[in-house]
Design a protein around this ligand. Structure first.
Ligand code: ADP
Ligand code: ZN
Length: 756
């Protein structure tokens, strides 16, 4: 007689427990291990789950326990480190482990053949790319050789200079020979010569890629290492263009030479694409890329490479790359740490990639470096209280070349008839001069579409989405579109209430693009926003052609402020900057400051002085004065002090609870009842009005209080970061789960920990 084997299984569902199943005798000779994937019935459906424990003692009657349907031997086995990360995320973000599992292993239907085909294709593409880069490199070396030989011809016989030059030439010749041999080998389809481990760059390509860091970089680099030696996360605070990336590369090379793996996170796919080429030069075939812009088969292929890899690789990706089957991680890099794109809004897990990377580094016992030119207040705080180490890199690699800032008062300009459409004459002059000098221009407008709002000339009514409490935007196509739910209708030009005519208000990116094209007919103008970025290859192409100088003026939304590196970009301008400040949120100032600072950092690279123009109707706003003064340090401490006064994060842990319902009164009532329960738990009177520093605030209607026919109400909970924090968070979760169960409110309540 055998004992029945009982196992617990993680299912891709919002379940607070891990159900128990039995393994029938004879199935796979009864051998089931933690991490195996199994098919089971739950309710009326079948799911593929992950075994989280075996040999457990069930706490329900054996006859109520179902057997598993099958063991999925063809599916990847999940590593214990992966499950550990899921648990940590579920605990921290107050969601179920099943929701994390579902995010980590989305039900992708890919046949093995597809994955293999993708693997072959990427291997071929990579080889072709490597060959191309080798050819380019040989051309560069030949160029250098020619120049040196030219110098030798003109140098006087027997002089020290001539001897040195000859020595140089011999070196370059040798380099050329090695490069040519490597190219031959690559062309013949042979594996690229392997380095001896310590010499990663001997691999495949670019010996020249071995880095010599500048003095400032060397100093920062050794401080980073010292931080790692203390076992602490390091925050690299370096202005844009200071050479942070090169430091990451050096650290990654070191980790890989020790046989360790590296994870390199960026907030956006577009940034990943721009870095790919640069990293490929250094890491060749050891570079793996993972983000949602890659086909499912390609992603699966990357996951398999990582799972099976025995020697060091570097994975470049967006936040979803955190869920790859990582093992032996030696280093995690979180670039542009401040970027809110790291935060997943929906669905659960509503995690922040930066903070999850910190959890992963603990699980993997790996080093972690975060980098930014504009550190988040959270990170600044972490460094101030000694949890993390702050390392400064203040100089730009190619020399100063900071940007001059000019604030243009659009109200005053309008009075003086100094505006042409949305462009001030002053800005037009700057753009013209930049273009004449061969420079490039970027124009930021935070609203997309042609006109963000339409208003009736008769009754003043705004054209609104029938499903959301927001205005419809007029697009160039002639459609009115809701940017929240995607609702789309033809613009009839008539008000739905009184049939008066609708007038477009304001200008979105499409209109700015049109105006720019009309003002500068000889310039090539392009646009980048989330309408164009729907098409990822268009986005990549636009960024690449801008980098190559094929586009003169690029108009776009916030995407322009991300960490791109364009050498000829010398003027960046914001049209109607006021919309950046209009947000009513405790993070608004921090975010506006980061955005402007980042955008400013895009120009004036490679030692050229850039120019930053801000058009605004509120030139007196303190944020512009700070940008002008270039003193963001002082701002940060000012902002931190403010957060402390109001007990906002990072001085407290914030939880945002959103209640939604089709009926407004029901949403209101539900939220009111829930808020009272929460207030009671945290020692406030029911119905109490929150004061600054109160643990529970709300319920209140958010600025956009209806989306896709659901009315929204929010409650905010601020918990002190003390030893009761965990307990407090758990209490919130318990109260909400109980409330949902009692009122059958499942799917009406969302918990967001650390809302962005
Ligand atoms: P950041 O990541 O801080 O914005 P980058 O690493 O992109 O800065 O560096 C800015 C520019 O300086 C890049 O063009 C880079 O190639 C160059 N650079 C930085 N460090 C070095 C170095 N040690 N050797 C050669 N070029 C460097
Ligand atoms: Zn809508």
């Amino acid at each position: 007689m055998y004992d029945t084997l009982y196992i617990s299984v993680i299912l891709p569902l919002k379940l607070e427990w891990e159900p128990c199943y039995s393994v029938p005798h004879g199935m796979s000779s009864g051998k089931v291990e933690t991490g195996d994937r199994v098919k089971v019935r739950f309710g009326a459906k079948e799911y593929v789950g992950t075994v989280s424990a075996t040999g457990i003692t069930p706490d329900i009657a054996p006859e109520r326990i179902h057997p598993i349907s099958s063991i999925e031997n063809d599916l990847e086995k999940v590593l214990p480190e992966e499950i550990a990360l899921w648990r940590k995320i579920a605990e921290y973000y107050l969601c179920s482990i099943g929701e994390v599992y579902k995010a980590a292993y989305p039900a992708m239907k890919i046949t093995l053949e597809e994955a293999r085909a993708a693997a072959l294709k990427t291997a071929r593409e990579r080889r072709e790319k490597i060959i191309r880069s080798m050819e380019e490199r040989i051309a560069r070396i030949e160029d250098r050789l020619r120049k040196k030989e030219e110098q030798i011809r003109t140098a006087r016989e027997g002089t020290k200079k001539k001897l040195a030059l000859e020595e140089g030439v011999a070196k370059i010749r040798k380099e050329l020979d090695t490069a040519k041999a490597a190219l031959e080998a690559a062309r013949a389809g042979k594996a690229a010569p392997e380095g001896d481990g310590s010499d990663m760059n001997g691999n495949a390509n670019e010996q020249g890629a071995r880095l010599t860091l500048s003095q400032a970089q060397e100093k920062a680099y050794s401080e980073v290492k010292a931080g790692f030696a203390k076992g602490k996360p390091v925050m690299l605070h370096g202005v844009t263009g200071s050479g942070k990336t090169e430091i990451y590369i050096r650290l990654a090379q070191e980790a890989i030479s020790k046989g360790k793996n590296v994870l390199y996170l960026v907030p956006e796919i577009a940034l990943s694409r721009q870095l790919e080429d640069r990293l490929e030069e250094h890491f060749g075939e050891r570079l793996l890329v993972f983000h949602s812009g890659i086909t499912a088969a390609g992603r699966r292929n990357t996951a398999e490479c990582i799972r099976n890899s025995r020697d060091g690789y570097l994975t470049l990706g967006t936040r979803s790359a955190l869920f790859l089957p990582h093992h032996d991680l030696g280093l995690i890099i979180v670039d542009e740490e401040h970027d809110t794109s790291y935060k997943q809004d929906s669905p659960a897990p509503r995690y922040n990639g930066r903070d999850t990377a910190l959890m992963l580094s603990l699980i993997q016992n790996s080093n972690i470096i975060l980098g930014s030119a504009t550190p988040s207040l959270e990170e600044t705080y972490n460094c101030e209280c000694g949890k993390h180490i702050m390392v400064q890199l203040k100089e730009r690699y190619h020399g100063s070349g900071n940007a001059d800032v000019e604030i243009i008062d659009t109200k005053a300009e309008r009075r003086k008839k100094g505006m042409e459409g949305n462009f001030s004459r002053k800005l037009i002059d700057h753009i013209r001069k930049t273009l004449t000098d061969g420079g490039q221009v970027m124009i930021l407008r935070s609203r997309r579409a042609w006109a963000p709002v339409l208003q009736c000339e008769e009754c003043g009514e705004l054209a609104k989405c029938p499903h959301c409490s927001v205005s419809l935007s007029l697009h160039k196509s002639g459609d009115l579109i809701c940017h929240y739910c995607g609702y789309r209708t033809r613009n009839t030009g008539k008000c739905s209430r009184c049939n008066g005519s609708l007038k477009p208000l304001g200008a979105g990116t499409q209109k700015i693009e049109e105006e720019a094209a009309a003002l500068f007919p000889d310039a090539k103008v392009a646009r980048l926003d989330s309408d164009t970025a729907q098409n990822k290859s268009y986005e990549t192409k636009t960024i690449k052609s801008f980098a190559k100088g094929e586009i003169d003026i690029l108009v776009g939304t916030q995407i322009l402020t991300k960490g791109f590196d364009f050498s000829r970009l010398s003027l960046v301008a914001v049209i109607a900057a006021d919309t950046l400040l209009g947000l009513q949120d405790f993070r608004a100032d921090e975010k506006a400051l980061q955005l402007l600072e980042q955008f400013k950092g895009r120009c004036g690279r490679r030692g050229n002085r850039g120019m930053f123009v801000i058009q605004t109707s509120q030139p007196e706003h303190p944020i512009y004065q700070r940008i002008m003064a270039g003193d963001t340090e002082c701002d940060i401490s000012h902002l931190l002090a403010e957060r402390k006064t109001f007990n906002f994060p990072p001085y407290s842990r914030m939880l945002e609870v959103t209640v939604r319902d089709r009926f407004e009164d029901r949403a209101e009532r539900m939220a009111g009842k829930l808020a009272d329960l929460l207030k009671k738990r945290f020692g406030m009177r029911p119905g109490a009005i929150a004061m600054p520093g109160s643990p529970v605030t709300g319920p209140y209607a958010p600025t956009v209080d209806r989306v896709s026919d659901q009315f929204l109400r929010c409650i905010r909970i601020s918990l002190r970061k003390d030893r009761h924090l965990k307990e407090g968070k758990q209490a919130v979760k318990d109260i909400i789960r109980q409330f949902e169960k009692d009122g059958k409110y499942e799917d009406h309540i969302v918990i967001d920990v650390d809302p962005a």
